[in-house]
Design a protein around this ligand. Structure first.
Ligand SMILES: *Cc1c(COP(=O)(O)O)cnc(C)c1O
Length: 416
């Protein structure tokens, strides 16, 4: 392979979605940002939209703003449904955080399968998912059946299938694994879950905006995901939830808030759930975060998931090639080698990963460290260029070859 920077520049020149980078606020051009899978960059349109929302809508319109704000969660949901998740309007809504949505939908699923006592997940699922499910199992005295997953290759559908029986109410997994980026076989797992009469709940945090999500092909029941990663909606932006249309009236959620009630503004006595996805809402939605999610969804929709997924695969493949050429003896690939089996980030393993991560940050490259011994590199396809990969991997090689990382503490910090 051509290892020159010129080659990376050629790849950028031929990139059909390369021009989207200019739509982002990038004040520090020396910084190599490999963390768009944790917090996406700020779109220029969002900066404008939020300024306007603050000055004109909040500042001037005040409470009158609710005439338009009230529909925001649904409009963003519909946009995500059409362009990011490929499901129908009315099946997705913006609401709360991923953790809270996971709780609401998992509880709704358990309620819809009375008498069944088992929740299935995997031991490498994202921490909040494992904790939320653990809490539900403790509250309702259920069994949390935890399937062992390979931390680099992801969850094996046969192992999940082997854990299923008629006592299983819910199977809850991540579609793209947060550490290795391995894609779970949503179709096979959902089919197996349905065969025993269980419902499926998918966490799409690392999928939404980076890969095609086969909710429809799989016949998946429920899903949640955040908007601040590949959807670029900013820190703490509201999450989304998906409930398949034919399940909406069958499922009830545990938090009976006024935004989930039919005829909310009748302020009537007693809770009657809305006849739509609105029943999964709880309270007053975050409007500023909602606008940021709207702009983030718009730019993602415009670029198109297929183009984003293809570029993500090429970027990660390019990073892996450079790692093999330059760092093959010091770092090992800790993600699936087949690009069709990964999303838009890639993990490398080294015993000194935490120290390398700190040294890399000091060298102006922002990756993530993840236990155990993983350096995670997020290559968000909307604004990451091939030259960024070349530059970041060059600095990584320098840090590793020079041994400067050894100066950094081996002890983990509070935030990694
Ligand atoms: C980022 C992430 C979350 C985050 O949940 P929050 O409620 O927003 O903190 C959940 N699940 C997965 C798989 C994630 O990657």
């Amino acid at each position: 392979m051509d290892l020159s920077r010129q080659y990376a520049e050629t790849l950028d020149a031929q990139d059909p979605i390369g021009h989207y980078r200019a739509r982002f606020y990038i004040p520090d051009t020396e910084l190599v940002y490999f963390d768009g899978n944790s917090l996406g960059r700020l779109p220029l349109a969002t900066r404008e939209r939020l300024r306007e929302a603050i000055d004109r809508e909040w500042g001037h319109d005040l409470i009158r703003g609710w005439d338009t704000w009230i529909d925001l969660a649904r409009s963003v949901g519909d946009l995500l449904a059409a362009s990011v998740l490929h499901v129908s309007p009315g099946e997705v809504v913006l609401s709360d955080s991923t953790s809270v949505n996971l709780y609401k939908l998992a509880a709704a699923a358990l309620d819809a399968r009375p008498g069944r006592r088992v929740i299935v997940t995997d031991d490498d699922n994202f921490p909040t998912d494992r904790y939320v499910l653990e809490g539900l199992a403790a509250t309702y005295d259920l069994e949390l059946r935890v399937v062992a997953a390979d931390i680099d290759e992801g969850v094996d559908p046969d192992r999940v299938a082997a854990a299923l029986d008629d006592d299983v109410a819910l199977v809850c997994l991540s579609h793209v694994a947060y550490r290795s980026c391995a894609i779970a076989d949503m179709v096979a797992i959902t089919t197996a879950a349905h065969r025993v009469g269980a419902l499926t709940l998918w966490d799409l945090c690392h999928s939404a905006g980076s890969v095609r999500v086969p909710l429809r092909e799989a016949g998946a029941d429920l899903a949640v995901g955040c908007t601040y990663k590949y959807l670029n909606a900013g820190p703490g932006a509201p999450a989304f939830l998906f409930v398949r249309e034919d399940l909406q009236r069958e499922l009830g959620q545990p938090i009976w808030g006024w935004f989930g009630r039919r005829d909310q503004f009748a302020m009537a006595p007693g809770y009657v759930p809305a006849d739509s996805i609105d029943r999964f809402l709880v309270g007053t939605p975050p409007v500023l975060g909602g606008y940021a999610a709207l702009e983030g969804a718009r730019i993602t929709a415009e670029a198109g998931i297929d183009a984003l997924a293809e570029k993500g695969a090429r970027l990660t493949q390019y990073a892996i090639r450079l790692q093999q050429e330059w760092l093959g003896t010091s770092l090992a690939l800790a993600s699936p080698a087949d690009p069709a089996r990964r999303g838009s980030h890639v993990a490398f393993r080294a015993p000194e990963a935490w120290q390398i991560c700190q040294a890399l940050k000091a060298a102006g490259v922002i990756p993530d460290f993840r236990t155990p011994e993983r350096l995670r590199i997020g290559l968000a396809p909307l604004y990451t260029r091939f030259v960024d990969v070349h530059e970041g991997m060059t600095r990584l090689r320098d840090v590793v070859e020079s041994g400067t990382y050894a100066r950094y503490p081996a002890q983990l910090g509070r935030v990694t």
